[in-house]
Design a protein around this ligand. Sequence first.
Ligand SMILES: *Cc1c(COP(=O)(O)O)cnc(C)c1O
Length: 421
Amino acid sequence: MDHFLYRDGVLHAEDIPVAEIAAEVGTPFYCYSTATLERHFRLFDEALAGTEHLVCYAMKAASNQAILKTLAALGAGMDVVSGGEYARAKAAGVPGDRIVFSGVGKTHDEIHAALSGGIRQFNVESEPEMAVINAVALELGVKAPITVRVNPDVDAKTHAKIATGKSENKFGIPISRAREVYAHAASLPGLEVIGIDVHIGSQLTELAPFKLAYEKVAALTEELRADGHDIRRLDLGGGLGIPYERNNEAPPLPVEYGAMVKETLGHLNVEIEIEPGRLIAGNAGILVSKVIYVKEGEDRKFMIIDGAMNDLIRPSMYEAFHEIVPLKEAEPGVDFTKYDIVGPVCETGDTFAKERNMPPVQSGDLVAFRSAGAYGAVMASEYNTRPLIPEVLVKGDQFAVIRRRPTFEEMINRDTIPEWL
Ligand SMILES: *Cc1c(COP(=O)(O)O)cnc(C)c1O
């Protein structure tokens, strides 16, 4: 559920007509709903009620400071995957003991910054990384809390580019080697082993792969405890999918996920940590764009819009589907037309949808991409010297630009000219 609904035929973001925001901000832009962000965070928090837990928002999904502050105010932790994200989380006021550091390639400097600034735990992905965390901790005279990310070798049944839990993926250490790696970790004086981490992929639409992975983690917990490790926290990663096609998809709900977690791991008496990204931000954001031209091809119609692959890369990168709707709801009985919906970028990949059935549109009309809040703005680039598009946050009947569009001059002035030119 989200808060982008038609009222009297006009698409609203909470209590504001989206077209009013467009008139002020210009298109294209991202628009987020505070109520939806909050609702999704609470769904997870409530799904784990009764169990000691922390929901750490995977901020790579959407990392604007205003979004982070909105979630942090509800008590969210953050899952970060770079020094930049760590700095963003701190800048948004998230205390270090609510920040988890994930990712396969944490550098010495990133580890140093996180250990100095405070960290809940590092999710360690390899033995070389473990050695560096140990060394930095000893340098700083502290103990680094760690889990080891295990790769359970389960098929997440999702798009190949976002599956992370098979043995052929670069993530984690094989679960078969876990005991050996934990023994090694326990021997390093700069580390404090506190738990186990697993994350098998993104946009999962079934519970079964999660359950399979968590059963393996449960068994490993008992083994590691028997080996003498104090396993007191399980980080279960993120990955729960969202319905991009509302009428055809019904991925499990957070409450169902939470029930499965309790059933699979409840007997272990551990603190549970989860790292949802997409489910919190995905349906909390739309991308608003304007139709520039409608071009009649030989056998198809092209809807050329001012948004492009550099603003939202998911369709070209993952063959992702986004519902695209007009800001003015179609009149009942109107004949729909099929459009290929494309952006202005000079790449054939700059295609958002083929033969999409839509009410007829004209140049100047506004459309919204639904479910664009996660992995949208954060993956944008300035390809074709197109400015990064603004982000807007709505709360009730108020809205604010939370990142403005840079001017061409600002973009150009980031280049510097060597003295020989
Ligand atoms: C990407 C990622 C997540 C979030 O995944 P979603 O599908 O957005 O929920 C969580 N944990 C880790 C380690 C990740 O890499």
